[in-house]
Design a protein around this ligand. Structure first.
Ligand code: BG6
Length: 461
């Protein structure tokens, strides 16, 4: 599923001094250097008055923190490729200095690892300095903060870059376990007959984290859980689970099917959403003392399509919960006739996708217990698809963007259609319910799902 595009001949990283660069980007660049697939200048840009030695130190520290340095030659190669441009993003001279550093590069990839509020400034600066010709731009999430701002951002990006040169990152799409949802669904024939409203009772997706906002209070205040992970990461998982089979192999078909899922989602209403906030959030640096921003969000949504009509989809995510994991549970309807007494217990079959911290697929079915009685137990048929040497999502996505492969990036229409679903509840919603750190969120979230059972809490073995 790849387009034949020119490989980028320089990588520009706006926000090279950022937390994201420290945690994710330098380790990804090091991994690319180890694999021998990063052979172009890497130009860091930031507003700090740093020199190259400081950037080298930052890169080395970040790689040491994420991993051990097991290939010093690769690290030396990476450091030798690094350049640095410091300056104000509002100042055209910053972009002119970047142009100088780019030298003969004809196809730079500009990666915006910067706060969303700066996206348009940098995109406009690149346009004004003539740095967009045959170039591409890689934009971090969140892409906009509602439908109107996403449209505006798309308009500005499209005024200087063609759509096929805009790479919108959702790092969940670079995760092996999530790519496996697409593969598992369409590489197996046993699933399709039951993958619809006739057999599926409900679908649940949980992304839980047992830590708080970790110093990102100011950023979190501007987004909240719904914008931070649900409108993007969890919706992308829903799209992969719910989409129709793509009509052909290729970027376009895949993306068009995902867009149709977002377009068929019923826009959310305040009663579909339960928002929570962990005790202690208000004391985090950068957080308003009376903040109503949610650190937990649970919602019920419907996809009004032929396949999914009437099937509730329950999504839930939160900080400071009881565990760190991501899991999907597709619960099947019970058999039409209750032939065995023990089926009254409501133990339906299900398919479970564990997405993190490990990745696995489990199909639960009932099997008779030995003995005279016709009673049984639920057993999981368990497939593990972890592969040693997996690429990290950022390594995968950055190298794909450099190579011009758009498969794992999101398209303008998909981003906007996903915003349209959450738009009605971004500002109009019930107040947050307070929950205890280490719990599974506020009890009001249990009431949301009660007609269809209860939340399945990922178990960590
Ligand atoms: C990021 C969010 O996009 O995803 C974070 O901004 C969240 O708040 C993170 O913690 C989760 O990603 P992962 O890969 O650790 O599950």
């Amino acid at each position: 599923m790849s387009d034949t595009r020119t490989t980028a001949d320089a990588l520009v990283i706006f926000g090279v001094t950022s937390d994201l660069s420290h945690k994710m980007i330098f380790p990804a660049l090091y991994a690319m250097a180890k694999r021998g697939i990063l052979n172009v200048p890497v130009i860091g840009v930031a507003s700090s008055k740093w020199n190259l030695a400081q950037v080298h130190k930052k890169a080395t520290d970040s790689i040491k923190q994420a991993d051990k340095i097991d290939d010093p030659d690769a690290l030396d190669r990476l450091l030798a490729q690094l350049r640095y441009v410091g300056g104000d993003y509002n100042d055209l001279s910053t972009f002119n200095a970047l142009k100088q550093e780019l030298g003969n590069a004809q196809h730079p990839a500009h990666y915006l690892a910067i706060p969303p509020a700066l996206f348009t400034t940098v995109i406009n600066g690149l346009g004004a300095a003539g740095l967009t010709h045959q170039a591409r731009v890689i934009v971090e999430k969140p892409f906009g903060r509602d439908l109107a701002s996403a449209r505006e951002l798309n308009r500005i990006a499209l005024s200087v870059f063609p759509e096929d040169s805009i790479y919108r990152i959702d790092h969940y799409l670079g995760k092996e376990a999530i790519m496996n949802i697409l593969y598992f669904r369409f590489a197996n024939s046993f699933l399709e007959p039951i993958w619809n409203r006739n057999y599926v009772a409900s679908v649940q997706i949980t992304l839980c984290e047992n830590f708080g906002v970790q110093g990102r209070g100011a950023f979190y205040e501007s987004v909240g859980c719904l914008r931070d992970v649900i409108q993007n990461h969890l919706f992308q998982i829903v799209a992969l689970l719910a989409m129709e089979p793509p009509a052909y192999q290729g970027y376009g078909a895949n993306h068009s099917e995902k867009v149709k899922v977002f377009q068929a989602m019923r826009p959310l209403q305040p009663d579909d959403v339960v928002r929570g906030q962990y005790t202690g959030y208000l004391k985090e640096p950068g957080v308003a003392k009376d903040s109503d921003v949610e650190t937990f969000c649970a919602l019920r949504l419907f996809i009004d399509s032929w396949r999914w009509e009437g099937v509730p989809w329950y999504l839930r995510s939160g900080k400071c919960l009881a565990a760190t994991a991501a899991e999907v549970l597709v619960e099947l309807k019970p058999p039409p006739q209750r032939l065995f007494a023990d089926l009254a217990s409501g133990q339906a079959n299900y398919l479970r996708f564990r997405l993190s911290p490990n990745s696995a697929v489990a199909l639960a079915a009932r099997v008779k217990r030995v003995g005279k009685e016709f009673v049984g137990d639920q057993h999981e048929l368990y497939l593990v698809d972890e592969q040693p040497g997996e690429e990290s999502p950022y390594e995968r996505l950055l190298s794909d963007a450099m190579a011009g492969d758009e498969t794992l990036f999101t398209r303008e229409d998909a981003v906007e259609a996903a915003w349209a679903v959450v738009d009605p509840v971004l500002d109009t919603h019930h107040p947050v319910h307070i929950y205890k750190p280490g719990s599974w969120g506020p009890k009001q979230a249990d009431a949301l799902i009660t007609n269809d059972g209860s939340w399945h809490n990922p178990i960590l073995l």
